[in-house]
Design a protein around this ligand. Structure first.
Ligand SMILES: [Zn+2]
Length: 169
């Protein structure tokens, strides 16, 4: 039943998210298949206050009957329990949610901010013309005013030539 609560221990210091190339491809393939609709699912992982390893995903259409997919943000307690049991069985925790932004950037929307859980990791994937081309990780700030971006090694972006490309601010 335990959620992991990171917020108190890393104020001012953002978590680093580790996720394998293979898992990123799995997410990308799902979200490309659901394009032009939004797709999503849950992140199972393990970690400490400043490092998080995403170990597996649970696609939303595997969790809910199709008619219930609109519950993805407003889940019933039994849905949470089912997901947490699934994670517990594997020695993992339910740590976050991923979804696509079809033909939009991998930046949280106002809707995302209003519906976010404070200690969840949010991985957002931009899907442009049916191709996943950017993946970024976010976490809601404690005061809910905005998201903080988390470090995530993004394997979806093509290799940049040269080392002179602009650093993210
Ligand atoms: Zn969104």
């Amino acid at each position: 039943m335990a959620f992991l609560f990171y917020g108190e221990s890393h104020q001012g210091k953002n978590m680093v998210i580790h996720i394998s190339h293979e898992l990123q491809r799995e997410i990308a393939e799902q979200l490309e298949a659901t394009y032009p609709n939004e797709g999503g699912g849950f992140l199972l992982g393990q970690g400490a206050a400043d490092q998080m390893q995403i170990v597996d995903i649970v696609q939303v259409d595997n969790v809910f009957a199709e008619a219930e997919q609109h519950h993805r943000y407003a889940m019933r307690p039994q849905d949470w329990m089912r997901l947490e049991d699934l994670a517990d069985e594997r020695g993992l925790s339910l740590v976050g949610y991923y979804h696509s932004h079809p033909d939009s950037s991998a930046v949280p929307s106002e809707y995302d901010r209003e519906h976010a859980l404070p200690n969840f990791v949010y991985i957002i994937t931009a899907v442009m013309m049916a191709r996943a081309n950017d993946m970024r990780a976010w976490q809601l700030r404690a005061d809910r005013s905005a998201f903080a971006e988390l470090a995530l090694e993004n394997h979806l972006q093509p290799q940049r030539r040269g080392a002179d490309s602009a650093q993210d601010a």
